[in-house]
Design a protein around this ligand. Structure first.
Ligand code: SF4
Ligand code: SF4
Length: 279
Protein backbone atom coordinates (compact mmCIF):
# COMPACT_ATOMS: atom_id res chain seq x y z
CA UNK A 1 0.00 0.00 0.00
CA UNK A 2 1.24 3.50 -0.83
CA UNK A 3 1.86 6.12 1.87
CA UNK A 4 -1.28 7.93 0.67
CA UNK A 5 -3.24 4.67 0.94
CA UNK A 6 -2.15 4.26 4.54
CA UNK A 7 -3.10 7.86 5.38
CA UNK A 8 -6.53 7.38 3.80
CA UNK A 9 -7.07 4.14 5.69
CA UNK A 10 -6.17 5.78 9.00
CA UNK A 11 -8.37 8.81 8.40
CA UNK A 12 -11.30 6.53 7.44
CA UNK A 13 -10.77 4.57 10.65
CA UNK A 14 -10.65 7.76 12.76
CA UNK A 15 -13.81 9.07 11.06
CA UNK A 16 -15.64 5.83 11.74
CA UNK A 17 -14.50 5.79 15.37
CA UNK A 18 -15.81 9.34 15.85
CA UNK A 19 -19.14 8.40 14.24
CA UNK A 20 -19.50 5.38 16.49
CA UNK A 21 -18.92 7.48 19.60
CA UNK A 22 -21.88 9.66 18.62
CA UNK A 23 -24.23 6.68 18.43
CA UNK A 24 -27.17 7.00 20.82
CA UNK A 25 -27.20 4.78 23.84
CA UNK A 26 -29.58 1.90 24.11
CA UNK A 27 -29.86 -0.59 26.94
CA UNK A 28 -30.81 -4.23 26.46
CA UNK A 29 -32.32 -5.84 29.55
CA UNK A 30 -31.92 -9.60 29.20
CA UNK A 31 -34.83 -11.44 30.81
CA UNK A 32 -33.82 -14.97 29.80
CA UNK A 33 -31.46 -16.61 27.34
CA UNK A 34 -33.70 -19.64 27.03
CA UNK A 35 -35.33 -19.85 23.62
CA UNK A 36 -37.90 -21.82 21.65
CA UNK A 37 -35.66 -21.73 18.59
CA UNK A 38 -32.25 -23.30 18.34
CA UNK A 39 -30.07 -21.24 16.03
CA UNK A 40 -26.46 -22.16 15.36
CA UNK A 41 -24.09 -19.47 16.61
CA UNK A 42 -26.75 -17.53 18.57
CA UNK A 43 -25.12 -14.45 20.16
CA UNK A 44 -26.82 -15.23 23.47
CA UNK A 45 -25.68 -18.92 23.36
CA UNK A 46 -29.37 -19.76 23.73
CA UNK A 47 -29.04 -23.37 22.49
CA UNK A 48 -26.91 -23.98 25.61
CA UNK A 49 -29.01 -21.96 28.05
CA UNK A 50 -31.07 -23.57 30.79
CA UNK A 51 -34.72 -22.70 31.28
CA UNK A 52 -33.98 -19.87 33.69
CA UNK A 53 -35.45 -16.40 34.06
CA UNK A 54 -34.04 -13.26 35.64
CA UNK A 55 -35.82 -12.56 38.94
CA UNK A 56 -38.36 -9.77 38.45
CA UNK A 57 -37.16 -7.92 41.57
CA UNK A 58 -33.59 -7.91 40.27
CA UNK A 59 -34.78 -6.67 36.90
CA UNK A 60 -36.84 -3.90 38.50
CA UNK A 61 -33.93 -2.85 40.70
CA UNK A 62 -31.52 -2.60 37.74
CA UNK A 63 -34.07 -0.72 35.62
CA UNK A 64 -34.85 1.72 38.44
CA UNK A 65 -31.20 2.49 39.13
CA UNK A 66 -30.20 2.95 35.49
CA UNK A 67 -33.32 4.98 34.75
CA UNK A 68 -32.52 7.29 37.67
CA UNK A 69 -28.83 7.85 36.95
CA UNK A 70 -28.79 8.02 33.15
CA UNK A 71 -32.33 7.58 31.78
CA UNK A 72 -32.45 10.98 30.09
CA UNK A 73 -29.46 10.07 27.91
CA UNK A 74 -30.78 6.70 26.82
CA UNK A 75 -32.66 6.62 23.53
CA UNK A 76 -34.07 3.09 23.44
CA UNK A 77 -34.62 0.32 25.94
CA UNK A 78 -35.11 -3.33 25.07
CA UNK A 79 -36.48 -6.41 26.74
CA UNK A 80 -34.56 -9.18 25.07
CA UNK A 81 -33.64 -12.88 25.20
CA UNK A 82 -33.46 -15.74 24.31
CA UNK A 83 -37.17 -15.64 23.62
CA UNK A 84 -38.47 -12.67 25.56
CA UNK A 85 -42.11 -13.75 25.32
CA UNK A 86 -41.34 -16.81 27.46
CA UNK A 87 -40.61 -14.55 30.43
CA UNK A 88 -43.35 -15.34 32.99
CA UNK A 89 -43.71 -11.77 34.31
CA UNK A 90 -43.41 -9.94 31.03
CA UNK A 91 -46.40 -7.64 31.70
CA UNK A 92 -44.78 -6.51 34.94
CA UNK A 93 -41.38 -6.15 33.27
CA UNK A 94 -42.86 -3.82 30.64
CA UNK A 95 -44.52 -1.74 33.38
CA UNK A 96 -41.26 -1.51 35.31
CA UNK A 97 -39.24 -0.58 32.24
CA UNK A 98 -41.71 2.13 31.27
CA UNK A 99 -41.76 3.38 34.86
CA UNK A 100 -37.97 3.79 34.83
CA UNK A 101 -37.69 5.10 31.25
CA UNK A 102 -40.87 7.15 30.71
CA UNK A 103 -40.05 8.70 27.34
CA UNK A 104 -37.72 6.24 25.62
CA UNK A 105 -38.69 3.88 22.81
CA UNK A 106 -39.40 0.54 24.46
CA UNK A 107 -38.87 -2.56 22.35
CA UNK A 108 -39.82 -6.15 23.12
CA UNK A 109 -37.64 -8.39 20.97
CA UNK A 110 -39.02 -11.69 19.79
CA UNK A 111 -38.78 -14.33 17.11
CA UNK A 112 -42.58 -14.00 17.00
CA UNK A 113 -43.38 -17.71 17.18
CA UNK A 114 -45.65 -17.52 20.24
CA UNK A 115 -47.08 -14.05 19.70
CA UNK A 116 -50.39 -15.61 18.67
CA UNK A 117 -50.63 -17.32 22.07
CA UNK A 118 -50.07 -14.25 24.23
CA UNK A 119 -52.91 -13.40 26.60
CA UNK A 120 -54.89 -10.18 27.06
CA UNK A 121 -52.62 -9.12 29.93
CA UNK A 122 -49.66 -9.05 27.56
CA UNK A 123 -51.44 -6.96 24.95
CA UNK A 124 -52.86 -4.59 27.55
CA UNK A 125 -49.40 -4.06 29.03
CA UNK A 126 -47.88 -3.56 25.56
CA UNK A 127 -50.50 -0.89 24.76
CA UNK A 128 -50.28 0.76 28.17
CA UNK A 129 -46.52 1.00 27.95
CA UNK A 130 -46.37 1.93 24.25
CA UNK A 131 -44.13 -1.07 23.60
CA UNK A 132 -42.93 -1.81 20.09
CA UNK A 133 -42.81 -5.48 19.18
CA UNK A 134 -39.48 -6.01 17.40
CA UNK A 135 -39.63 -9.18 15.33
CA UNK A 136 -36.67 -11.00 13.83
CA UNK A 137 -37.68 -13.29 10.99
CA UNK A 138 -35.97 -16.68 10.74
CA UNK A 139 -36.06 -19.28 7.97
CA UNK A 140 -38.61 -21.48 9.70
CA UNK A 141 -42.09 -22.42 8.54
CA UNK A 142 -44.10 -19.68 10.14
CA UNK A 143 -46.56 -17.03 9.02
CA UNK A 144 -44.78 -13.85 10.06
CA UNK A 145 -47.24 -11.69 8.14
CA UNK A 146 -50.08 -13.08 10.27
CA UNK A 147 -48.42 -12.12 13.57
CA UNK A 148 -47.60 -8.68 12.25
CA UNK A 149 -51.30 -8.24 11.38
CA UNK A 150 -52.20 -9.49 14.85
CA UNK A 151 -50.06 -6.74 16.42
CA UNK A 152 -51.86 -4.18 14.27
CA UNK A 153 -55.26 -5.60 15.31
CA UNK A 154 -54.22 -5.36 18.95
CA UNK A 155 -53.17 -1.75 18.46
CA UNK A 156 -49.50 -2.43 19.17
CA UNK A 157 -46.72 -1.12 16.95
CA UNK A 158 -44.58 -3.76 15.29
CA UNK A 159 -41.26 -3.54 13.45
CA UNK A 160 -39.19 -6.15 11.71
CA UNK A 161 -35.71 -5.72 13.13
CA UNK A 162 -33.92 -8.39 11.18
CA UNK A 163 -34.78 -10.70 8.33
CA UNK A 164 -32.55 -13.73 8.44
CA UNK A 165 -34.46 -15.85 5.95
CA UNK A 166 -31.99 -15.24 3.14
CA UNK A 167 -28.86 -17.38 2.78
CA UNK A 168 -25.75 -16.11 4.51
CA UNK A 169 -27.49 -13.60 6.72
CA UNK A 170 -26.37 -15.06 10.02
CA UNK A 171 -23.16 -13.95 11.71
CA UNK A 172 -20.77 -16.34 13.33
CA UNK A 173 -18.98 -14.59 16.19
CA UNK A 174 -15.98 -16.80 16.83
CA UNK A 175 -14.10 -16.77 20.12
CA UNK A 176 -10.42 -17.50 20.69
CA UNK A 177 -10.25 -19.35 24.05
CA UNK A 178 -6.61 -18.29 24.51
CA UNK A 179 -7.46 -14.58 24.19
CA UNK A 180 -4.71 -13.96 21.65
CA UNK A 181 -6.57 -11.35 19.57
CA UNK A 182 -5.62 -7.69 19.54
CA UNK A 183 -8.45 -6.23 21.62
CA UNK A 184 -8.36 -2.85 19.88
CA UNK A 185 -8.67 -4.39 16.41
CA UNK A 186 -11.38 -6.81 17.61
CA UNK A 187 -13.35 -3.99 19.14
CA UNK A 188 -13.00 -1.77 16.09
CA UNK A 189 -14.22 -4.51 13.77
CA UNK A 190 -16.96 -5.72 16.08
CA UNK A 191 -20.58 -6.00 14.91
CA UNK A 192 -21.91 -6.76 18.40
CA UNK A 193 -20.56 -3.53 19.83
CA UNK A 194 -23.34 -1.22 20.94
CA UNK A 195 -25.53 -4.06 22.22
CA UNK A 196 -25.09 -2.83 25.79
CA UNK A 197 -26.55 -5.65 27.87
CA UNK A 198 -27.80 -5.61 31.44
CA UNK A 199 -28.03 -8.92 33.29
CA UNK A 200 -27.19 -10.46 36.66
CA UNK A 201 -26.56 -7.03 38.18
CA UNK A 202 -23.96 -5.92 35.62
CA UNK A 203 -23.77 -3.76 32.51
CA UNK A 204 -21.76 -5.34 29.67
CA UNK A 205 -20.75 -3.83 26.34
CA UNK A 206 -22.26 -6.69 24.35
CA UNK A 207 -24.23 -9.93 24.57
CA UNK A 208 -21.17 -12.01 23.66
CA UNK A 209 -19.61 -11.12 27.00
CA UNK A 210 -22.87 -10.80 28.99
CA UNK A 211 -24.06 -14.34 28.19
CA UNK A 212 -20.75 -16.21 28.27
CA UNK A 213 -21.81 -18.19 31.36
CA UNK A 214 -23.84 -20.53 29.14
CA UNK A 215 -20.75 -21.49 27.15
CA UNK A 216 -18.62 -21.85 30.29
CA UNK A 217 -21.22 -24.09 31.92
CA UNK A 218 -20.46 -26.76 29.35
CA UNK A 219 -17.18 -27.16 31.22
CA UNK A 220 -15.27 -26.95 27.95
CA UNK A 221 -14.34 -23.26 28.12
CA UNK A 222 -13.17 -20.84 30.79
CA UNK A 223 -13.77 -17.37 29.42
CA UNK A 224 -13.16 -14.90 32.23
CA UNK A 225 -14.34 -11.41 32.99
CA UNK A 226 -11.51 -9.19 34.06
CA UNK A 227 -11.37 -5.69 35.52
CA UNK A 228 -12.93 -3.27 33.06
CA UNK A 229 -15.09 -5.85 31.27
CA UNK A 230 -18.32 -4.81 33.00
CA UNK A 231 -19.75 -2.37 35.53
CA UNK A 232 -21.89 -3.37 38.49
CA UNK A 233 -25.27 -1.68 37.97
CA UNK A 234 -25.07 -0.11 41.43
CA UNK A 235 -21.77 1.56 40.49
CA UNK A 236 -23.17 3.28 37.40
CA UNK A 237 -23.40 7.02 38.01
CA UNK A 238 -23.80 8.40 34.47
CA UNK A 239 -24.45 7.58 30.85
CA UNK A 240 -20.88 8.66 30.07
CA UNK A 241 -19.61 5.73 32.13
CA UNK A 242 -21.66 3.27 30.04
CA UNK A 243 -20.62 4.95 26.79
CA UNK A 244 -16.98 4.56 27.78
CA UNK A 245 -17.58 0.85 28.33
CA UNK A 246 -19.29 0.63 24.93
CA UNK A 247 -16.82 2.71 22.95
CA UNK A 248 -13.48 1.36 24.17
CA UNK A 249 -11.88 -2.04 23.89
CA UNK A 250 -12.20 -4.08 27.07
CA UNK A 251 -10.06 -7.09 28.09
CA UNK A 252 -12.79 -9.50 26.91
CA UNK A 253 -12.36 -8.18 23.34
CA UNK A 254 -9.09 -10.15 23.15
CA UNK A 255 -11.24 -13.31 22.94
CA UNK A 256 -13.12 -12.09 19.87
CA UNK A 257 -12.14 -12.90 16.30
CA UNK A 258 -13.67 -10.04 14.39
CA UNK A 259 -15.18 -9.25 12.02
CA UNK A 260 -17.62 -12.16 12.25
CA UNK A 261 -18.18 -14.32 9.19
CA UNK A 262 -21.56 -14.41 7.48
CA UNK A 263 -22.86 -17.97 7.32
CA UNK A 264 -25.99 -19.78 6.25
CA UNK A 265 -28.68 -20.17 8.88
CA UNK A 266 -28.74 -23.59 10.51
CA UNK A 267 -29.87 -25.38 13.62
CA UNK A 268 -27.47 -25.73 16.50
CA UNK A 269 -26.02 -29.10 17.40
CA UNK A 270 -25.06 -27.57 20.73
CA UNK A 271 -21.36 -28.06 20.02
CA UNK A 272 -18.99 -25.40 21.32
CA UNK A 273 -17.22 -25.32 17.94
CA UNK A 274 -20.19 -23.25 16.77
CA UNK A 275 -18.83 -20.41 18.90
CA UNK A 276 -15.20 -21.30 19.63
CA UNK A 277 -12.19 -21.62 17.31
CA UNK A 278 -9.62 -23.69 19.16
CA UNK A 279 -6.87 -23.11 16.58
S1 SF4 B 1 -34.26 -17.06 17.92
FE1 SF4 B 1 -32.69 -15.55 18.45
S2 SF4 B 1 -32.31 -15.91 20.66
FE2 SF4 B 1 -33.39 -17.71 19.87
S3 SF4 B 1 -31.77 -19.19 19.36
FE3 SF4 B 1 -32.28 -18.00 17.50
S4 SF4 B 1 -30.80 -16.29 17.46
FE4 SF4 B 1 -30.84 -17.13 19.54
S1 SF4 C 1 -16.11 -8.30 23.83
FE1 SF4 C 1 -15.56 -6.53 22.55
S2 SF4 C 1 -15.04 -7.35 20.54
FE2 SF4 C 1 -16.11 -8.96 21.67
S3 SF4 C 1 -18.23 -8.80 21.03
FE3 SF4 C 1 -18.00 -7.59 22.89
S4 SF4 C 1 -17.52 -5.49 22.25
FE4 SF4 C 1 -17.22 -6.87 20.51
Amino acid sequence: MTAMGVVNKISRAVRRWKELKKEPLHLEFIVTDYCNLNCRGCTHYSPLARKEFVAIDELKRDMAHLGAVCGSEVEDVYLIGGETLLYPQLDEAMDALRGSFPSQRLYVFTNGLILGRMDDGFWESARRNKAIIAITRYPVKFDYDAVESLCAQEGVEVRVFGDRRQADTFFRFALDPEGRQNKYVSHFKCYNRGCVSVVDGYVYPCSISACIKHLNRTGETKFEHRRGDRIAVGDVRSAAQIKRLRDHAVPFCSYCKNPPKTVAYGLSKREISEWVDKK
